[in-house]
Design a protein around this ligand. Structure first.
Ligand SMILES: Cc1cc2nc3c(=O)[nH]c(=O)nc-3n(C[C@H](O)[C@H](O)[C@H](O)COP(=O)(O)O)c2cc1C
Length: 408
């Protein structure tokens, strides 16, 4: 109950991401906060006051000139009877109004009348977010002391659209709220943690490459979970289709060699979590030209050379982080191989997961799937965790890392 007794005034703007507010309200109430909501008239085109009221268990305020509401509470008290105002989704329009001091509906009037901290979660089309007017408004709002969470980069609700502008996920907004109202819920504040995630692609020629089945789901979930605990997370991501987690600085790379360089560039760090499935080998002497298939000619023989071992490099690095967590995807002798890796790679913890198809973890297996079955191997012994979702594994591992780093 990290937000026990805290009062949140949630101002919901008119964007597609308004539906995510229903989950946000639930998550805030689960943590003990009371949530009172104001909806713009555009917001009511996307979700209903009935749904918002059912989840918040409070009256929903929509109209500046509603005589009954004004008599009962009034727009001034509405803004004052809160510990924090959260605007989510913050549309380009709402940001423009806030930056310019407009007060022509209930939401904007409440925002003008408040003396409380305000947190804004923008959500809009990437071109709207990149527009100079929005950039100007953001600068103005930041100068006014207003905090931002997101937006994240990734797929937009509109099909075929991708870029920066997605609203931060509800749990990331909750973490930003906790950061303001309950700093003790962020034990990793001030700690830098490097995380790698996803596969690497090793080119054979300009159009072909060697890859593996890693989706990046587990590594990205761990980066997000660490950020929620307040860490300054540097995520080095191979080519994946999952969106960048909110509140995380991401370096996108393709090959093992690029991943190693990006990890070294992120040092010094308090901890390193190496989740990426880095290709062990690459094709030697990758050609600058596409290899042609020629009539009567034998298929080309691929000569492989070893890639740098990122975990071992950082495990024995002059700037070695104090805590190193490696992942070992194995199909046999899980624990023995993990134990061997601990010593050889200079890691403190190895998270061993069985990626064989008969591991029993859902039909698709661990790689690419949403669930994981892991064992935690360290000098203290082997801890077996039950099968969980990758988000649950991430939350539990982030808590373990916080415990190791802070000694609490
Ligand atoms: C289908 C649809 C989706 C929209 N999504 C967004 C959005 O995500 N972000 C945004 O800034 N505006 C979006 N708009 C435009 C806003 O709804 C419009 O600017 C509105 O005036 C915002 O009102 P408000 O800021 O008072 O809520 C969308 C409009 C439509 C029709």
């Amino acid at each position: 109950m990290t937000l026990s007794g805290k009062r949140i005034l949630l101002i919901i703007g008119g964007g597609i991401a308004a539906y995510k507010c229903l989950d946000l309200i639930r998550r805030l109430r689960e943590r003990g906060a009371s949530v009172r909501c104001v909806m713009t008239s555009a917001a009511q085109e996307f979700i209903t006051p009935l749904a918002v009221g059912a989840l918040s268990a409070d009256h929903v305020f929509t109209d500046l000139f509603d005589r009954q509401d004004e008599h009962d509470i009034g727009h001034i008290r509405l803004s004052r009877e809160a510990d924090l105002l959260v605007v989510a989704p913050a549309t380009a329009d709402l940001m423009a109004k806030m930056a310019n001091g407009l007060a022509n509906d209930l939401a904007s009037t409440v925002l003008m009348a408040t003396d409380k901290k305000v947190l804004v979660a923008p959500a809009m089309n990437p071109r709207m977010w990149a527009h100079p007017a929005t950039a100007r408004n953001r600068t103005t709002l930041e100068a006014d002391g207003i905090a931002f969470v997101g937006p994240a980069r990734g797929e937009m609700a509109e099909s075929g659209e991708a870029g920066e502008g997605r609203m931060a996920e509800p749990l990331d907004i909750v973490a930003a709220i906790e950061g303001r109202l309950a700093p003790s819920a962020r034990p990793l504040a001030g700690r830098r943690i490097v995380v790698t995630s996803g596969p690497t692609h090793e080119p054979i020629d300009p159009v072909r490459y060697i890859a593996n089945r890693s989706s990046g789901k587990q590594g990205h979930a761990i980066a997000a979970a660490l950020a929620r605990l307040g860490a300054d997370v540097r995520l080095v991501a191979g080519p994946v289709n999952v969106p960048d987690p909110a509140g995380v600085k991401v370096a996108h790379v393709e090959t093992a060699r690029q991943m190693k360089d990006a990890v070294e560039a992120a040092l010094p760090a308090d901890a390193g979590v190496f989740v990426a499935a880095v290709a062990d080998w690459r094709a030697e002497g990758e050609t600058g030209q596409k290899i042609k298939k020629e009539e009567g000619k034998a298929p080309p023989a691929l000569q492989m050379v070893e890639n740098p071992d990122i975990l071992a490099t950082i495990g024995h690095h002059p700037q070695r982080p104090g805590l190193i967590v490696g992942f070992a995807a194995e199909t046999q002798n899980l624990v023995d191989n993990a134990r061997r890796k601990l010593a050889k790679k200079g890691a403190d913890i190895i998270v061993a997961n069985d990626v064989s198809h008969d591991s029993g973890v859902n039909a698709t297996g661990v790689m690419g799937g949403d669930r994981n079955l892991v064992r935690i191997v360290s000098a203290d012994g082997v801890e077996e965790w039950p099968e969980m979702t990758k988000d649950e594994v991430a939350a539990r591992l982030a808590a373990l890392i916080a415990e190791r780093l802070t000694g609490e």
